[in-house]
Ligand binder design. Structure first.
Ligand SMILES: Cc1ncc(COP(=O)(O)O)c(C=O)c1O
Length: 375
């Protein structure tokens, strides 16, 4: 697929120069079409519910393929927070245990762990330095009571991309569980749960996966499925789920045990179609494109006198570029770009944030740079 074909899959390109995928991405055309089809079927045929659930199993396979997991290790979540909450709420804890994260996480990866304080579990936040949280800092924070390291694959505000393989290796060596908030990477950068020794992963579909809000994926390593207790003992997680009147409290042996009850099928249809499209384009190709665009953006921003604060070191650069103007108001810049020129970026944590994706062009990057006020 070339860039013009990819752009056809994103109707938003007809209306906007959209570079805000780290916020809420526009729905891809395949996702919109799949959801529409599901809704049409739902409204016209009352007896094909079984087909919808068969399709959900297909989407589970596609989602597993995206992260190199087995379908049995994947469940559907309504958002990233839910999956992280399943880990925090589902492990058995002892007073004095601790969890390690960073001090720049999106709250989805903070509050579920903070909620464990009442059970005597401490949340240790490793401080970032110049928007980087190198592996050694996390490794140094691990002690004999550390049970989990939990980190964003890409930091939402600064764009720092973590070395998941190195972190996963350290956790494995030290017998610590490794949990990843993958929402700012999945769809734009390769994630291989096996190669990266990831134990748990959660990501909603509405950013780099270009799916709808309210439907994402949760991964639980096969060896841990038996140890992670479902927060909700729902009917659909039971072995005899379709034998309604026979209450036999026995969870299925797969990650389906976390899928508590009826699914968000519209969301699953949309998410699945979008993931299939991204896999067809190729995640490696997407990440190269995203890095090419963001490198170009960084050069242009620096030439124009903006301070780029995101790490651009190899392996740490991501699809998120955070930058600062020392003289112009960031909110005004954002409003002006969107209101006058239909160029969409964000302001986060006192910085401007641009986040282009697979269908953005170098011309769109240059337009953004051109429209920014000079210094
Ligand atoms: C790193 C990160 N995690 C999670 C979320 C969103 O969490 P949820 O999917 O639970 O709404 C965001 C949204 O900006 C994010 O940037």
């Amino acid at each position: 697929m070339d860039l013009s074909q990819i752009r056809e899959l994103f109707p938003v390109t007809k209306n906007y120069n959209f570079q805000d995928h780290a916020a809420v991405a526009p729905l891809s055309k395949p996702a919109a079409e799949a959801m529409r089809q599901y809704i049409d079927h739902l409204s016209q045929c009352a007896t094909i519910r079984g087909d919808f659930y068969k399709h959900a199993e297909h989407v589970r396979k596609v989602a597993a393929q995206l992260i190199n997991a087995a379908p049995e290790e994947v469940a559907f979540v309504k958002n990233t927070t839910e999956g992280i909450g399943w880990v925090a709420g589902g492990l058995s804890w002892n007073t004095g245990d601790n969890v390690i994260t960073t001090n720049v996480e999106f709250p989805a990866n903070v509050y579920p762990w903070m909620g464990l304080q009442a059970r005597g579990v401490q949340l240790k936040m490793v401080p970032e330095q110049n928007l980087r949280v190198p592996v050694e800092r996390i490794a140094d924070a691990i002690d004999s009571r550390t049970r989990v390291v939990t980190i964003s694959a890409v930091q939402y505000a600064g764009g720092y991309r973590a070395d998941l393989a190195a972190l996963g290796g350290i956790c494995k060596e030290k017998g610590v569980l490794f949990c990843v908030d993958a929402i700012q990477a999945l769809g734009a950068f390769p994630i291989d749960v096996s190669e990266m020794s990831i134990d748990f992963l959660s990501a909603d579909g509405h950013k780099w996966l270009c799916g709808p809000e309210g439907c994402g994926i949760f991964y639980c390593n096969r060896s841990l499925i038996g140890h992670l207790k479902p927060v909700v003992a729902g009917w659909l997680c039971m072995k005899n789920a379709s034998d309604y009147g026979n209450y036999q409290f026995e969870f299925v042996d797969s990650a389906r045990k976390f899928d508590s009850g009826s699914y968000n099928l519209a969301g699953i249809y949309g998410l699945g179609a979008s993931i299939e499209m991204l896999l067809e384009v190729g995640i490696d190709k997407i990440s190269s494109h995203v890095l090419m665009l963001t490198d170009r953006l960084v050069r242009g921003l620096r030439d124009k006198g903006y301070r780029v604060v995101s790490s651009r070191q190899p392996g740490e650069a991501s699809g998120i570029v955070a930058f600062i103007s020392d003289i112009h108001d960031h909110e005004q810049i954002k409003q002006h770009l969107q209101g006058e020129h239909r160029v969409v970026i964000s302001v986060r944590e006192g910085r401007l944030r641009a986040s282009p994706h697979l269908y953005n062009t170098t011309q769109e990057i240059d337009q953004l740079i051109d429209l920014l006020p000079s210094h």
